[in-house]
Design a protein around this ligand. Sequence first.
Ligand code: NAD
Length: 259
Amino acid sequence: MADRLSNKRIFITGAAQGIGLAIAKACLNEGASVFLVDKDGDRLKKRVIDIEADPARIGWFEADITDKTAIQHAVTAARKQFGSINALINNAGVNVFHEPLETSDEEWQRCFDVNLKGAWNCSKLLLPEMIEQGGGVILNIASTHSFTIIPHTFPYPVAKHALLGMTKSLGLEYASKGVRVNALAPGYVETRIAIEYWHSFPDPDKAKAETLALHPGGKIATPEEIAMAAVFLISDECPFINAACLTADGGLSMQQHPL
Ligand SMILES: NC(=O)c1ccc[n+]([C@@H]2O[C@H](COP(=O)([O-])OP(=O)(O)OC[C@H]3O[C@@H](n4cnc5c(N)ncnc54)[C@H](O)[C@@H]3O)[C@@H](O)[C@H]2O)c1
């Protein structure tokens, strides 16, 4: 274990699996205390037991980030366990992929409720405490969909673009209070939502092979590779990185077309 995050008490959403779970483990390894939130309480509880961390440094709560009352209860529980929270990772998100004109109002709303409003719900509850403490860190898990578009994935990229807007807005607004707000934009990461995406095609293996072939390095990220970048952005190693977005996509979004 290193000690890069030993002064951090981190609230992480969507932590029952995938990128959020990998970030939680990486933060624990770096000495942080972590409070994990997910709408899937059963899975979250199992993962917390599997991690076998010092119970004083890990807490969990079942809450849907779109439910402001539930998130308030989660924040209260986190404060009760750790005294205060000085870092927030807005990771919970869902793929909502449609052809634009076939997107129902309900799907539009679901996409924005989880991918944008949920992050704001958590930020709004935790920012006052960070400001009062004289500092804190928020990391929003954005996406390469925050600045590029894949057809038929509407309105997910619209919400992820907005999440980047919120990152910049809050980062500027509270810089003088010592609060840094950044985004981390993964490309393809091998988690459940990526696997479900490939399974939305008639031949999932072919779809996966085509995805890998798009990447300059011929592979997509593991959740652990994304977690390493998250640790850096949450840590005190980058005090002047604020209102910024770090892309972690193996170079995918920089190419004009695949080689
Ligand atoms: N996997 C990728 O390729 C990829 C790429 C770029 C960005 N992202 C982003 O990374 C984040 C994590 O994605 P992942 O791939 O680990 O997904 P995942 O589906 O594996 O995990 C997401 C977790 O969030 C939880 N969750 C979903 N909605 C929630 C809600 N309303 N309230 C509380 N918890 C909720 C789920 O229960 C799940 O445990 C998301 O914001 C996603 O948009 C993923």
